[in-house]
Structure formats: C-alpha cells, structure tokens
Design a protein around this ligand. Structure first.
Ligand code: NCD
Length: 305
C-alpha cells in the first residue's frame, strides 16, 4: 500500500511523473473525468483548512469519484476520545483513499500504519505538508520551467511553517539550488532540517533577517504566514507577526522574472497591491493544487489496485 506522509515517500522520478500528469490534466481534463468513477475519498480534517480540503474534494469530484468526511475534529468521534489508529481502521471500511490533516505531528503516519487504504498527509502540526509541496513544484515547473539552478528565498515563519519544511526536502534533491532563509531569529529553520536535509545534501544556504538585502538575488520568493496556532504565548505572536510585509516597493528590488509564491492563507505578509504584479503567483498556485492532487489521487488508487 502506497501512502504519502512525507515528500520523501516519492522518488524524484515519481514527482516528475505526477507533475507531467497534472500538466496533461490541465490540457485534457475530459480524459480524466471518469478515472475514479465509483471510488470514495474520505476527507478527515482535524484542523482548519480552505484550500487543501476543498482542492482535494474538487480533485476527487473532477476525477468522477465522490467524497465523504468531516471538517472539524469536534464533529467526529475524536470528540469522544477515539484514537487516530481506530479512526483509520474505521474509515478503511468506507473509503478507497483518505486524506488527513491533524494538529499533532505524526498523526497521518499513525493512520497509515492502521489503514488498509492509501493515506495522504494534508498537514501534520508544524511538521510536513507534502501535497502543498507538490502544488509548489507544479507552480515552479509552470512558472520557471525547471527545478534546478534556482535561488529560493523562504521568508517568514520557518520554524513552524510545515510547507517550508516539505519544500526544502523536495528541492534539496536537485542541483544548483541555493536557499536564502529569511526569518526573525526566533523563527529560524529547525536544526533537523538544516543539518539532516540541507547540509547533508550539500545544498548552499544562508540565513538572514534582512529581506530587502537579499531580494535582488532571488528567483523565487516564498512568503509564509506566522503560524499563530503553534505559539505557546500570544505575546510572542503579536511581537513577531508583522516581521515581514512584502509591499510593491520591496518587490521592486527583485528581478523582473522572480516569482512570488505563498501557500496561503495570507494575513499581512503580502500587501494587496502586490496581487496585480505579474510576478505574484499565489492565486495561480491554488489552482495548480487541484490538478496535482488529481494526479496524486489517481496514482495512489492505481497503486492500491
Ligand atoms: C498552509 C498550511 O496549512 O500549512 N496552508 C495551506 O495548506 N495552503 C499554510 C498556512 O496555513 O500558513
């Protein structure tokens, strides 16, 4: 049984095949309209979500399948004390594939060890978010045309931002990558990512607090929200939340072909005026998320046959 818990569960060749399938879906949607006919996706969201949940649900519907699930832990048996392991066994009786978002790091992994159908991690605490990374990779392919020889600025909450952790793991498998890690000192990238992924793969990187200084060298600027729900103390969140605000005047320092990405939701970290700059890609990124999730659901269901 194949699952997607961390992005490293997929080889580089498999990721590129998923990107190619997503691009074919964009060009030929009718070809895929029935590939999941009669199949059910269970969407199990223990944490808030707009894009990830609805893009998975839209993806399954556009593949001809159907969707069951819940969008808050309080409306599931988790509120009665059911374990993730038991829920995974139960859902395996109803659905052909399940997607889980959970506030606890490792919960989708526990589900995968107990399920008899494929499990997809849709974000586990401050840990990983592999399907956002697939979304980001499709965006990079469509907008930059390559995964190598890129200087990638990652800005904001690099400590708790799970999308950043998974994206670093994916891009660290390519050559000519340089990461520019821009954050307040309290929100720097965790050591396990720095040592076990970036340094282990011999990837070039710098850490800085100064967004404007590094702006001219970036091919991609990946902005993130300060992850309020992961803070122990509201005062710290309030102090750090507006550390970086990308305005048009700051973006004017960037290359003419630098793209701006953001997993969304945006709070204050990109001003609305930037949305109309042709380099702003974050709303296109949302749409790409649906296509890559279609490709992923198709792949995992085929592997489960
Ligand atoms: C991200 C997440 O949930 O980690 N959102 C998303 O899935 N697009 C980013 C965030 O919430 O800041």
């Amino acid at each position: 049984m194949r699952h997607l818990i961390g992005i490293e569960d997929l080889s580089v060749a498999e990721i590129e095949a998923l990107v190619a399938t997503a691009e074919d879906i964009i060009d030929n949607p009718a070809k895929y309209a029935e590939v999941c006919h009669g199949k059910k996706l269970a969407s199990l969201f223990y944490e808030p979500s707009t894009r990830t949940r609805l893009s998975f649900e839209a993806a399954m519907i556009e593949l001809g399948g159907s969707v069951i699930g819940f969008s808050e832990a309080q409306s599931s048996s988790a509120a009665k004390g059911e374990s993730v392991a038991d829920t995974a066994k139960v859902i395996s009786c109803f659905a052909d594939i399940m997607v889980m978002r959970h506030f606890k790091e490792g919960a989708p992994m526990v589900a995968s060890l107990n399920a008899t159908v494929p499990v997809i991690n849709a974000g586990d605490g401050g840990h990983n978010h592999p399907t956002q990374t697939l979304t980001d990779l499709l965006t990079i392919k469509r907008e930059k045309g390559r995964f190598d020889n890129l200087t990638v600025g990652l800005c904001g909450d690099l400590k708790f931002g799970r999308t950043v952790h998974s994206l670093i793991a994916a891009l660290s498998r390519y050559t000519g990558i340089k990461f520019v890690l821009i954050s307040p000192t309290e929100l720097m990238i965790p050591d396990y990512i720095k040592h076990d992924i970036i340094e282990k793969n011999g990837i070039d990187y710098v850490e800085t607090t100064d967004l404007e200084a590094v702006m001219p060298e970036l091919d991609i600027l990946y902005m993130t929200r300060v992850q309020r729900e992961r803070f122990f103390n509201e005062q710290d969140y309030i102090r750090l939340k507006d550390s970086y605000i990308l305005s048009q005047s700051k973006l004017n320092l960037a290359k003419s072909d630098c793209i701006v990405m953001h997993p969304l939701p945006r709070v204050n970290e990109i001003t609305v005026e930037v949305d109309s700059d042709p380099r702003a890609c974050y709303f296109k990124q949302v749409l790409y998320g649906k296509y890559i999730r279609m490709a992923l659901i198709k792949m995992l269901l085929e592997a489960a046959k």
